[in-house]
Design a protein around this ligand. Structure first.
Ligand code: PLP
Length: 393
């Protein structure tokens, strides 16, 4: 198997597996129990919290564990709205049309419940946010702005530092969805990082386990818990997912080690470019969605005009290459990705767009083999499609 679907999830790293194993064998007691083993389990959770804090450059007490990135996003947006007095009209929530569905589908739900009004910002052809449209929206004093740091489908990086400055100057809370950024790129909230009062991250995107997410809450943010109770300093109830949390801490430590040497990242970026250039050269008409904008080193979203992404994915999968069409949660649907639609990508390209996403574990041999397979799949699908359109040719 050549796994190029790392934006969907990553393979747990050895430290994460060992930590989860330890939690199941040794630290399985309830961390809220007052007896010694319970308190030892609590101490392990606090070590994991410190590891996450070190990964993003904040204080451990600012890190809150949830069940997923999605839950952290809901807590950020719903929590900020819930901490305000109810108003008529309801408060404004600003976001962009290229967000992950966790945000994109939450806002219409809040509108339907009369809890918020949504405003969607403009993006350009690469899916980069228009700062002018953000400045205009901020002038309307929204309750919260929610923007991703990097896009899950294209890897395009948003001007989050500028957005954070605009929000901070106007006293508007910014939630940054850092799920695809954190663990792949360096994050230093306390030093030169974006002044986002709320940051979401998800350890299964950097070789931790699924079933745990984090919300970083900087000082001064008022948040109403969505699950009241005593855990997580009263901000999120529910007995902790100890294996997931300990694995998250170990994954954060390994990610930090990897990130500390920029040459590792550069090396993987070279692999992504090698892959992308070879595919474009070998598949006439192929286009890279989001090219030209700054992008994560690991993501390549390639459109193969007049082909169906599902057919390409099946052909790749049969030959051992795992990729996906847009967001993993949209796989199986024939609707073109809303992200590509918001970028104004032509429907015949959007329908045939495939996301390949590397990890720090991807090797050059895998990339070269994947290139060979992908070119063969695309060109044979193309040949059969043109034969079907023009049986006489
Ligand atoms: N935000 C982005 C940008 C994502 O890519 C994802 C998952 O793909 C999420 C949020 C949701 O995270 P989780 O899978 O932990 O719920």
């Amino acid at each position: 198997m050549i796994y190029l679907d790392n934006n969907a999830t990553t393979r747990p790293c050895p430290g994460a597996i060992a930590a989860a194993h330890f939690a199941m064998e040794e630290a399985w007691q309830n961390p809220s129990s007052t007896h010694r083993p319970g308190q030892q389990t609590r101490a392990k959770i606090e070590m994991a919290r410190r590891s996450i804090a070190e990964l993003v450059g904040c204080l451990p007490r600012e890190v809150l564990f949830t069940s997923s990135g999605t839950e952290a996003i809901h807590l950020a947006i719903r929590g900020v709205l819930g901490a305000r007095p109810r108003t008529d009209p309801p408060p404004l929530v600003v976001s962009s049309p290229v967000e992950h569905s966790a945000v994109r589908e939450l806002l219409p739900e809040l509108e339907a419940r009369g809890e918020a009004r949504a405003r969607w910002l403009k993006v350009d052809g690469a899916g980069r946010l228009s700062l002018d449209s953000l400045a205009e929206a901020i002038a309307e004093k929204p309750a919260i702005v929610s923007l991703q740091w990097a896009n899950n489908e294209t890897g395009v990086i948003q001007p989050i530092h500028e957005a954070a400055r605009l929000c901070a100057a106007a006293g508007v809370v910014l939630h940054c969805d850092g799920v695809q950024w954190v663990g792949k790129e360096e994050t230093r909230l306390s030093a030169d990082g974006p002044a986002a009062p709320l940051l979401t991250l998800s350890p299964h995107k950097f070789h931790g386990l699924k079933g745990v997410g984090c919300l970083v809450i900087r000082p001064g943010v008022r948040l109403r818990p969505q699950m009241p109770g005593h855990q997580e300093l009263g901000r999120r109830a529910g007995t902790e997912n100890v294996p997931g949390i300990l694995a998250a801490g170990a994954a954060a430590d390994e990610a930090r080690t990897w990130l500390s040497d920029p040459s590792f990242r550069a090396q993987q970026g070279v692999l992504r470019d090698r892959f992308e250039n070879a595919i474009v050269a070998g598949c006439p008409g192929a286009v890279v969605n989001g090219a030209g904008a700054p992008r994560l080193w690991n993501t390549s979203n390639i459109g193969f005009p007049r082909l169906e992404a599902e057919a390409i994915l099946l052909a790749l999968s049969e030959r051992g290459v795992c990729a996906s069409a847009g967001a993993a949660c949209a796989s199986g649907s024939l609707d073109p990705s809303p992200v590509l639609r918001a970028m104004g990508i032509a429907p015949e390209v959007a329908h045939g767009s495939v996301r390949f996403s590397l990890s720090r574990q991807t090797t050059r041999e895998e990339i070269d083999r994947a290139v060979e397979i992908a070119i063969r799949c695309v060109n044979s699908l193309r040949a059969s499609t043109s034969a079907a359109i023009d049986p006489g040719s």
